[in-house]
Ligand binder design. Structure first.
Ligand code: CTP
Ligand code: MG
Length: 244
């Protein structure tokens, strides 16, 4: 099959509580330009010609999701999220395996609505011909420091600089992250069984000894994390609308 005709299942973990956002609801349900962040993300992925279905991992008893239009969309499948992001992704992968939905999956954070289709294209075309798969990532641009705890009774948690870390080979790991569904399922399930700390899909694959490809992506594909990120996301989403 040609790389540009293979259909891909998107997995969107959306079962977090968004504690750092300090909002009155989980951040994926905050509204930007009359749509929730989750809807922006899901519609963006569905608008890619190779994405056939989006599996969203939603917390049990979540009162917000059923009120959204996407909950009635036949191309959007809801599965139950778990206590950590990796558990939510594994829950979606279980569904993909049980229903034999597809060979390849791409996992994308609900909280990254600003991803551009050109970056998704690049990720697909470079990952699908790679033996392991790949992730969008952006090179670190600032000088990097490793901190060391300071003993200061007045400012607990304060750190001072221990050393400068060479940033030449450092990358920010973004999403989507694209792997074969079976391989990712096995890696994540085993890593969780062994209680390995897994913060993204690539780290589960790395733990299994694989070396996923780093695909240079745009730095505006950031994860909405803190209150000040909302205005920036709103700005990029309004720009994207004009471009896409
Ligand atoms: N996520 C998930 N299941 C969890 C935890 C997180 O599906 N148990 C999802 C979030 O909804 C989000 C993505 O994983 O789309 C990235 O996680 P993060 O940005 O850390 O979101 P939260 O965990 O919700 O935020 P915070 O860490 O600030 O509480
Ligand atoms: Mg979190």
């Amino acid at each position: 099959m040609q790389p540009n005709s293979q259909s891909i299942i998107a997995i969107v973990p959306a079962a977090g509580v968004g504690s750092r956002m300090q909002a009155d609801r989980p951040k994926q349900y905050l509204t930007i330009q009359s749509q929730t962040i989750l809807e922006h993300t899901v519609y963006k992925l569905l608008s890619h010609s190779q994405v056939s279905k989006v599996i969203v991992a939603i917390s049990d008893g979540d009162p917000y999701f059923p009120k959204l239009g996407i909950s009635q969309n036949p191309d959007v499948i809801r599965v139950e999220g778990g206590s950590e992001r990796a558990d939510s992704v594994l829950s979606a992968l279980n569904y993909v395996q049980q229903h034999e939905l597809g060979e390849w999956v791409m996992v994308h954070d609900a909280a990254r609505p600003c991803v551009q289709l050109s970056d998704v294209d690049k990720l697909i075309s470079e990952s699908i011909v790679h033996p392991v798969g790949g992730i969008l990532a952006s090179p670190v641009r600032d000088t990097m420091k490793r901190g060391i705890s300071q003993r200061s009774p007045s400012n607990q948690g304060a750190q001072s600089i221990d050393t400068t870390v060479d940033r030449v080979n450092l990358w920010h790991a973004l999403t989507p992250q694209m792997f074969r569904s079976q391989a990712l399922h096995n890696a994540l399930a085993e890593a969780l069984e062994h209680q390995v700390a897994i913060t993204d899909e690539a780290s589960a694959m790395e733990w299994k000894g694989h070396s996923p490809l780093l695909v240079t992506g745009r730095s505006d594909n950031f994860k909405i994390t803190q209150p000040e990120d909302l205005a920036l996301a709103e700005f990029y989403l309004s720009q994207n609308k004009e471009e896409q």
